[in-house]
Write a protein that binds this ligand. Structure first.
Ligand SMILES: [Zn+2]
Length: 124
């Protein structure tokens, strides 16, 4: 459930936008109907302003939801990467064209001069 917090924020953004847009249109129509002679433009301003505020708040909330989504995606990617390294790479023995890093135990190809951990091949 916590993993979907970004999606929930984006859903919330859409709901808030719809509520704000509908509320501003209704308010605008009511104001316009009270005195149709010379007050109708105030209703129009309320509708336009309300829609602008709805759009802006939606944009900010959606961007925030997107940010949370991407952050958790990066986090889960890093976690998977870390697990793969320790489970498959470190238990592997170096083949004919490979060398095993003495510092972290990762098996690298011979053409790789420096291990991912910063340890160099020559000092191996
Ligand atoms: Zn290493």
């Amino acid at each position: 459930m916590y993993n979907n917090v970004g999606k929930q924020i984006k859903d919330l953004a859409s709901i808030i936008t719809i509520i704000e847009a509908v509320a501003s249109v209704i308010t605008g129509i009511i104001v316009a109907c009270v005195d149709f002679e010379d007050m109708w433009w105030i209703g129009a301003i309320i509708i336009a302003g309300g829609l602008l505020v709805a759009w802006l708040s939606n944009l900010i909330l959606y961007a925030y939801g997107e940010l949370v989504d991407k952050t958790s995606l990066i986090e889960s990617y890093l976690n998977t990467n870390q697990t793969n390294k320790s489970s498959s790479f470190q238990n592997k023995t170096a083949g004919p064209n490979e060398w095993k890093c003495s510092k972290c135990g990762v098996v690298n190809q011979n053409y790789v001069g420096t291990c991912g951990c910063g340890h160099t091949k020559s000092s191996n």
